[in-house]
Ligand binder design. Structure first.
Ligand code: ZN
Length: 473
């Protein structure tokens, strides 16, 4: 007998399908984690093993987080790192992160993943790159399995310490052979390339200023040999651009392209400081971008040219990043910030074009397409994220796709007065917690509570370890 789930009576069900249907009194029916039918509730089977009545709620496809560092929930809001940009911010954290032991790693993953699930996120990419003090990718994967979220784990890395011209302290980096051996181990053990995969592995060296050229080349060869994706931070700050210009006489994108780090299997976190030619290179080669607006504002990194990426056909997803540079893991909040930051960027454009032609005001009808809409922001977080992670089985609610979705109550304080357009209210109004989150056809959040484990106990343990790690105990 298949495992069945029926969702019915949603005030609105947002499909994100080809026609972008928004179905009134909608629902879906799923078997063994895959959607069999989507549409008006009256057309669906009448019963199932799990039945969710979404009366008074809006249903959306599960959100996809394309960039995060779950272990950093242990160092949110560190006083020494509250008011600085990326390089000094990293230097304030490296040694503390290197003390992350297995128990702390598991607890921080559960904290970050639970917060994400409560904000409608059902697929998470985690970019961990510090594996000292016994920490292993395995602990993060186990946490994701116990909670029940779809998880893309990176076997990230840092190999270039200060003495070799890198940014991290020497004691925080690993030997390159150890990195590659462990990467092969986790791919062979965990990577599932199939439809509906709950676990995938990504090869993800940390950044241009913390790994060697050799490791970047070897990582690309390994990923292609194993058929897994490649990820790193790129063009996050002007400091990084100065670093590659000084060290390699190249801009970051040019340098990565020379190392064979472009293609459909590559996506970059941030991708803020790019020129028009580099945007076109991403479009032509299929590189994706993980846009992390909260982190970019928190660290004064800059504003990614997201509307330009979209216009050029570059794949763009959203990421909460952090958690120490956010300092939250709320995907709905990220969707809202993505829309707001794109609008701020529009308002900051000079009154004249580069050739001296006066620009029309942003509200002129001819510039309507430059405004990021609420539905576009939701699309980045669903279909956009799915394409960035190389998945065609998530990101929309359609027959044959994964049964990953979340619901929000509509008759709430946050949405009061904003229900003229309930879909847009999800982005324009203050983010609220998910009422129900379902991944792979299984309920993970019910009545606004995590139901797969006792998260209150995890919070207690996590906070104790957070204080211990920061104080060096
Ligand atoms: Zn990051």
């Amino acid at each position: 007998m298949p495992r069945t789930l029926l969702l019915k009576n949603a005030d609105i069900l947002v499909t994100m399908d080809e026609e972008r249907r928004e179905v009134r009194k909608g629902g879906l029916y799923a078997e063994d984690g895959f959607i069999k039918q989507v549409g008006p509730s009256d057309d669906l089977p009448v019963d199932a093993e799990t039945v969710i009545d979404a009366t008074g709620q809006i249903v959306l496809p599960g959100l996809v987080n394309t960039h995060h560092h779950l272990n950093q929930t242990l160092t949110r809001n560190l006083p020494a790192a509250q008011n600085n940009n990326l390089f000094p911010w990293l230097q304030a954290h490296y040694r503390i992160w290197a003390r992350t032991h297995p128990e702390a790693s598991r607890a921080s993953a559960l904290i970050g993943l639970a917060e994400l699930a409560l904000s409608g996120c059902t697929t998470v990419f985690d970019h961990s790159y510090l594996f000292q003090s016994g920490n292993k990718v395995d602990y993060l994967i186990e946490a994701a399995r116990d909670l029940g979220v779809r998880f893309h784990a990176s076997r990230g890395s840092m190999s270039l310490g200060e003495s070799k011209g890198g940014l991290p302290p020497d004691e925080c980096v690993e030997d390159e052979k150890d990195i590659l051996d462990d990467t092969i181990r986790v791919i062979d053990r965990y990577h599932d390339a199939g439809d509906g995969a709950m676990t995938r592995i990504v090869v993800a060296p940390c950044s241009p200023f913390s790994v060697s050229e050799d490791l970047l080349r070897e990582s690309a060869l390994l990923a292609r040999d194993k058929g897994v994706m490649l990820h790193t931070h790129l063009c996050e700050t002007l400091d990084e651009e100065h670093y590659t210009q000084k060290r390699f006489k190249k801009r970051p994108v040019e340098w990565m392209a020379d190392l064979d780090w472009v293609g459909e299997d590559v996506w970059f976190a941030h991708a803020i400081h790019v020129n028009d030619g580099e945007i076109q290179l991403f479009a032509n080669t299929g590189c994706g971008a993980a846009h992390c607006p909260c982190s970019n504002m928190r660290l004064a990194s800059g504003i990614a040219p997201v509307k330009k990426y979209m216009a050029a056909g570059v794949k763009v997803g959203l990421g909460v990043d952090g958690s120490a540079s956010n300092d939250g893991s709320n995907m709905l909040s990220e969707v809202r910030q993505a829309m707001l930051l794109a609008r701020l960027n529009l308002g900051l454009l000079p009154m004249e074009d580069t050739d001296g032609t006066p620009r029309l005001p942003p509200s002129h009808p001819s510039r309507a397409g430059e405004w990021m809409t609420a539905r576009e922001a939701l699309e980045l977080a669903t279909l956009g994220g799915a394409s960035v992670l190389g998945r065609s089985d998530i990101g929309s609610l359609e027959t044959g796709k994964c049964a990953d979705f979340f619901t929000l109550d509509l008759n709430t304080l946050q949405f009061a007065g904003g229900l003229h357009d309930p879909v847009a209210a999800v982005v324009f109004c203050s983010p609220q917690a998910s009422r129900t989150t379902v991944v792979n056809g299984k309920v993970l959040v019910s009545d606004g509570q995590i139901v797969t484990l006792d998260i209150d106990r995890v919070i207690e343990d996590h906070n104790r370890m957070s204080l211990e790690l920061a104080s060096g105990r």
